[in-house]
Design a protein around this ligand. Structure first.
Ligand code: PLP
Length: 385
């Protein structure tokens, strides 16, 4: 009997179910053991030591590989562990890395530190610019780093176009797909070589795990990534994988609610006089709207608002009850942050300004609470400006 490939909602919901050979538990057991017995002196079982491989973590890795349509991958202890392992796996000493100037603050800090240590050469670029293909051709990087939608301004990068330009000069392409998850965007199907995740965000979705993952299009790259994750010691814990598997079961329905709620929220506030800008790819006047509509299967649930000044941002934050002032994103609860003073504080002011991170910018992670309650909360806070 042949079975048709399962659709993403089924893969995510049923990840690892009924895989327990001992008792046929429906929900897979949690294997906390750090070590596994050798059957005989010269024989190895499927697992020997949990840094190198763990049955619970493997179920999560398998599910993510399937969702992304990859050849293999690994689950890491944090998103930054995944970023670090990817850079180590894909560059040789002194290779050039081309990365977006408005990438995740932690990635920015890591790449800058690697460059200062002489491990890589680094070039920042505006990936929203029309000539990004020419920049790639001219600079001939070994690794092209993509983050789309970008953080915090939600600029959209054309993954297919970047991958074509990068492959033409022999470069590898890694896409940080944290903001959308494989349910809304599948970078490997668009031509990228590696998809990188902070599973802390939508994949787990309940703000109770810090974790990450890498998924590669080819078995060869997957093997390199696994080798580096094990060697660096950045593989994830079994307990975190267990919780993330549980979160993954509701990913499909959560993403539906996140997307619908953010669209409703934006519709309710987009014309509010307190706003000097509203960044959301679902708006027809967003510069990446058409591309997002083509490349993504939803506009996501991240929204950034500019209220003009840091003082105005403070008044908005002081007036909110449902949005919690906190870093991170992708959980069921609505969060708001001030990128300039919080998530992107590691960037010097001039670099922030170049990336469009203004003092009045607020980034929202729209949760799945009641939509009307959240609209009323935000409108009341904006009315204070
Ligand atoms: C959070 C985040 C990371 C880093 O992940 P951690 O789990 O915090 O280490 C990387 N990229 C993006 C886009 C993120 O949002």
């Amino acid at each position: 009997m042949t079975t048709s490939p399962r659709r993403p909602a089924t893969v995510a919901t049923r990840a690892g179910l009924v895989s327990d050979p001992a008792f046929h538990a429906v929900v897979p057991p949690l294997y906390l053991s750090s070590t596994f017995a050798f059957p005989e002196l010269d024989q190895r079982g499927p697992y020997d030591y949990s840094r190198s491989g763990n049955p619970t973590r493997q179920l999560l890795a398998d599910a993510l590989v399937q969702l992304d349509g990859g050849a293999g991958g690994e689950v890491t202890g944090s998103g930054m562990g995944a970023v670090q392992a990817t850079v180590h796996a894909l560059v040789q000493g002194g290779d050039l890395v081309l990365a977006p100037h408005d990438c995740y603050g932690g990635t920015w800090r890591l790449l800058e530190a690697f460059a200062r240590q002489g491990l890589i050469r680094l070039q920042w670029a505006d990936f929203g610019a029309a000539d990004i293909g020419a920049v790639i051709q001219q600079s001939r990087p070994a690794l092209v780093w993509v983050e789309t939608p970008s953080n915090p301004l939600l600029r959209i990068t054309d993954i297919t176009a970047v991958a074509e330009a990068a492959h033409a000069v022999g470069a590898t392409v890694a896409v940080d797909n944290t903001f959308l998850s494989p349910l809304l965007q599948r970078p490997l199907q668009l031509g990228a070589d590696v998809a990188v995740y902070s599973t802390t965000k939508y994949l787990n979705g309940h703000s109770d795990v810090v974790g990450g993952a890498v998924v590669a299009a080819s078995e060869e790259t997957a093997e390199k990534l696994r080798w580096w994750c094990n060697t660096l010691g950045v593989t994830g814990s079994a307990f975190d994988a267990f919780l993330t598997l549980r979160g993954l079961r509701t990913l499909y329905r959560r993403m539906e609610a996140h997307c619908a709620n953010s669209a409703a929220l934006v519709a309710a506030i987009v014309d509010h006089p307190a706003l000097t800008a509203c960044h959301y790819p679902g708006l027809p006047n967003h510069p990446g709207h058409a591309l997002a509509a083509r490349q993504q299967s939803g506009f996501g649930a991240m929204v950034s608002l500019d209220v003009g000044s840091q003082a105005a941002a403070r008044r908005v934050l002081d007036g909110l009850e449902i949005f919690t002032l906190a870093e991170s994103l992708g959980g069921v609860e609505s969060l708001i942050c001030h990128p300039g003073l919080m998530t992107h504080a590691a960037m010097p002011p001039a670099v922030q300004a170049a990336a469009g991170i203004t003092p009045g910018l607020l980034r929202l992670s729209v949760g799945i609470e009641d939509a009307a309650d959240r609209v009323a909360d935000l409108v009341a806070a904006l009315d204070r400006v």
